[in-house]
Design a protein around this ligand. Structure first.
Ligand code: B3K
Ligand code: ZN
Length: 870
């Protein structure tokens, strides 16, 4: 395997100006003819191409057939032309053949399980399609893309841009063709084509300057009724980008295609997004509220890429966060505006802590702009995406919304049509905001690891309050950290200093607040203003202060955060290694829980209440530990959950019933923030109530409740909540409900995935056996990444099933099987082993890594991950 370094970037010595593609789809033999106009300043031209999937047929230069050996050379990954005209444009024609039916990696041109042909080119799939300079700074105009296929089997033929022409083939009436043209130059990774038997829904959108855009979303014909929410989300996203950033769509057509076998969430190909079905298909009967939220955000994300990614793209793949961090930030702001900003922030931070913090603390830690890679596909990480989005958010926090918007405007104007770097982005932000110094801020792009910010406050009798902040970073040098702070009066709980942003730029800095009437309690890092860990320098009164913030903080995020911290310390006291637990911890939690529960129906922030009542996840808790005992942690968390359930059983039941009543008042299922919040809250209460299963009577009661919940459910959210509770209870209802759900899933692959997941997550002593049986189930297949994630991905989150010798062994077996088919998928599935050093069972986890490394035929993707880990 070859490691590529950021510092080695070199511009290409030639440029491909225009490309014409002719794609002939025939069973087990696709022929691709590429014609390009090239101008070169070097006598040799080297193109990328993967000989393991494409077979070179011939090469012509200005119409003359070239000879292998004398005119060109081919290696496993390159085609080199040995003598090309200098500084004058020449025509290169290359013909290759390939068998998309055999492409199980789902990169390049492949066939979906439904039979349609589709492409995934990012990051380096184009070289698995034909020979070309397959890198993002090579932007060419795809002036003509002709696709030809069997008319009956593949009635729909799509590519980027505008449809120029379509019709039957003269020489063969069973075949037809379509010709597409994309007026915008683009890198290879944004090329796409699709051929299939697809149904669609259509709509239109008129941009603020009057461009009429046709919107089409395609899926398998029996699924088109599931596309309406995606269409609604698309129109909202188009409107929002105009309103918020003045950005309009730039073609007359916007196409989206839903594909069942897809490695990632979706792909922003110019004018032709390709989506994983899981992020585009949704209706109340088959999708949960979270699925709906995800459809909205991914539809938004891919749409927003049209400006941040497509119009302005990355110079090289090390700059990936330039488009991904920025676009995730944009989709987060979109979701925040469409739903609830506070809820959205909590969800995003939960995700960041659960995944990115672990990545940053382990051997795969990398800056948001990595320095090297073996397989670029391994760097589509939580760090590049989620931490990258936090870095963009910090610009906005430091510059203010107006300053940030000016910077973004300048960036897009200055670099429209270019492939640029993170430095260019920072420069635009700096130039648009000359009064603010961003010099130190640059270090966020090169510093891995989660910084720790420590604080200590001191109240003085002269009415001043001094807040001392310290920072620890992975290289010991300071970062520019915006710390949003507010102060609350200790006596009244009222906010006396509203949120202001302190710019922490040194290792240690003291900030003074004056004219205060009395002692104050600080609320620090409001709305999580920087991706750091916040810890007090003195632990003494921490819980007291947290309890105060839990009750009084005006910042919704920090109120939630305070309660989370209280839960965390209580849960940690129940770890097997801890001998004592303090009653004060329990009292603080009890108070905060009681207050939230008592008032949870008084205002419409149901989702916030739901999240406040939810204990931190095992992965978030694990992040706070030096040594992780996963089973002990799982039990400690369960114990606290049961204690709370027992202590508050009657109130939980009372609120549960009240919510049931509220929800039953509206007949039709609604998906506004309030309705989602009501369901979310009721399902959290259900989860507590169903955790009480110590005695046979309790078990019966819990099973009955869960079964009723499941059967009375009006949509997938409640159905899944009922079923999730039920599968963890030892009751005959369990199998009945699962069988019933299976019947319901027939014909819907996404619902079937839920059937696998709910069982893989079940909290039962023999869950591993169940999972291994499901692995043999006729509906299980390694060829569909969604199915694999539904079972195996979920399995690795089930502590009891996964963290045992047989569990690790099972993951090792699966990784080997998957790696032979789909390396992108296998390397992602390996990430639960990432922090083995921190686990008490680490030795056993490492054994699996070593076992993988000993394999002769490991993919580069999985090799890179396992080698770094082991
Ligand atoms: N840009 C794609 C990711 C492609 C992944 C390649 N392994 C999805 C997105 O972030 O929008
Ligand atoms: Zn993206």
């Amino acid at each position: 395997p070859i490691e590529v370094f950021r510092k080695d970037y070199q511009p290409l010595p030639y440029k491909v100006d225009t490309i014409e593609l002719d794609i002939q789809l025939e069973p087990r033999k696709t022929t691709i003819t590429t014609q390009m106009t090239i101008i070169s300043s070097s006598p040799t031209v080297t193109l990328d191409g993967d000989r393991s999937v494409i077979e070179l047929q011939h090469v012509l230069l200005n119409g003359t057939l070239l000879q292998e050996g004398t005119d060109y050379q081919v290696t496993a990954s390159e085609l080199t032309l040995l003598q090309v005209p200098l500084h004058t444009p020449f025509q290169l024609t290359i013909q290759v053949t390939t068998i998309p039916e055999d492409n199980t990696e789902l990169s390049g041109l492949y066939q979906d399980s439904s039979g349609m042909y589709c492409t995934q080119m990012e990051a380096m799939g184009f070289r698995r399609f034909t020979y070309m300079a397959d890198r993002p700074d090579q932007m060419a105009t795809f002036s003509k893309v002709r696709i030809e296929a069997d008319k009956e089997q593949y009635p729909v033929l799509l590519s980027n841009g505008n449809l120029l022409e379509q019709g039957s083939c003269n020489d063969n009436n069973n075949r037809h063709y379509a010709i597409w043209q994309d007026p915008f130059p683009k890198p290879t990774y944004l090329f796409a084509m699709v051929a299939g038997n697809l149904g669609k829904i259509q709509d239109e959108y008129t941009t603020k300057s009057g461009r009429r855009v046709d919107l089409q979303i395609f899926a398998e014909p029996h699924q088109t009724h599931l596309l309406h929410y995606a269409m609604l989300s698309l129109k909202r996203a188009m409107q929002w980008d105009e309103d918020r950033y003045g950005l309009e769509y730039d073609l007359d057509l916007y196409n989206i295609v839903a594909v069942d076998s897809f490695n990632m969430g979706a792909m922003e190909n110019k004018g032709l997004n390709v989506f994983n079905t899981a992020y585009v298909l949704a209706d109340p009967a088959t999708a949960t509220d979270t699925d709906f939220e995800r459809v909205e955000s991914v539809i938004g994300h891919e749409y927003f890429h049209n400006w941040t990614g497509n119009r302005v793209t990355c110079r090289d793949w090390f700059q990936l966060t330039l488009k991904e961090g920025l676009t995730v930030f944009r989709d987060q702001e979109f979701s925040a505006d469409m739903n609830s900003a506070a809820v959205n922030r909590i969800e995003n931070v939960r995700a960041l802590r659960g995944r990115q913090f672990a990545e940053d603390a382990g051997p795969m830690a990398h800056p948001i702009r990595p320095e090297s890679y073996i397989s670029m596909d391994n760097f589509y990480t939580a760090t590049v995406y989620s931490k990258g989005a936090e870095v963009i958010r910090m610009y906005q926090t430091i510059l203010g919304v107006e300053g940030f918007n000016q910077g973004l405007k300048l960036y897009l104007e200055r670099h429209d049509g270019q492939a640029v770097t993170c430095d260019d982005f920072l420069q635009a932000m700096a130039d648009a905001n000359p009064d603010i110094d961003l010099t130190l801020f640059r270090r966020w792009y090169s510093t891995p690891g989660t910084p720790v910010v420590k604080y200590r406050g001191e109240w003085n009798e002269d009415g001043t309050y001094q807040l001392q902040l310290e920072q620890e970073t992975s290289d010991g040098e300071p970062l520019h950290i915006p710390v949003a702070v507010g102060l609350l009066d200790q006596a009244t709980g009222e906010e006396v200093v509203s949120t202001q942003v302190l710019n922490l730029k040194e290792s240690q800095q003291t900030f003074t607040f004056s004219d205060l009437a009395g002692p104050v309690v600080p609320s620090i890092l409001r709305t999580f203003s920087a991706p750091v860990k916040l810890v007090p320098l003195e632990k003494d009164n921490e819980s007291l202060a947290l309890a105060f913030l839990a009750a009084h903080d005006t910042d919704g995020f920090n109120r939630w955060e305070a309660v989370q911290r209280l839960y965390t310390s209580l849960i940690f006291q129940h770890l097997p290694s801890k001998e004592e637990s303090s009653s004060s911890s329990w009292n603080y939690v009890e108070q905060a829980f009681a207050r939230t529960l008592d008032t949870c129906l008084d205002n419409s922030d149901y989702s916030i209440s739901a999240y406040v009542l939810t204990l931190p996840s095992e992965s978030t808790l694990a992040e706070e530990m030096d040594m992780i005992d996963p089973i002990g942690l799982h039990q400690a968390r369960s114990t606290v959950k049961q204690q709370l359930a027992r202590r508050f059983e009657s109130v939980l039941m009372e609120k549960y019933s009240a919510l049931t009543e509220l929800l039953s008042q509206t007949k039709e299922l609604k998906f506004d923030a309030t309705s989602i919040g009501l369901r979310r809250l009721r399902n959290v209460l259900l989860d507590y109530l169903c955790s009480l299963t110590d005695t046979p009577e309790e078990r019966d009661r819990a099973a009955q409740l869960a079964m009723n919940h499941y059967q009375a459910a009006t949509g997938m959210t409640d159905q899944m909540a009922g079923l999730s509770s039920l599968v963890s209870i030892d009751t005959p209802h369990r199998q009945d409900a699962l069988d019933q759900f299976y019947q319901q899933a027939v014909g819907n692959s996404l619902v079937l995935n839920k059937w696998f997941t709910v069982q893989a997550l079940a909290n039962t002593p023999n869950s591993l056996e169940t999972i291994q049986q499901l692995y043999q189930h006729p509906d299980f297949t390694l060829k569909n990444p969604n199915r694999v994630r539904a079972l195996v991905g979920a399995f690795t989150m089930n502590a009891v099933a996964f963290h045992q010798p047989a569990g690790y062994q099972f993951l090792g077996d699966v990784l080997l099987a998957v790696d032979a088919l789909n390396p992108q998928l296998s390397s992602r599935l390996a990430s639960p082993l990432i922090q083995w050093r921190k686990y008490v069972t680490g030795k056993l986890m490492k054994e699996q890594l070593e076992r993988l490394l000993a394999q002769p035929k490991l993919s580069d993707d999985l090799y890179e991950i396992t080698d770094k880990l082991a």
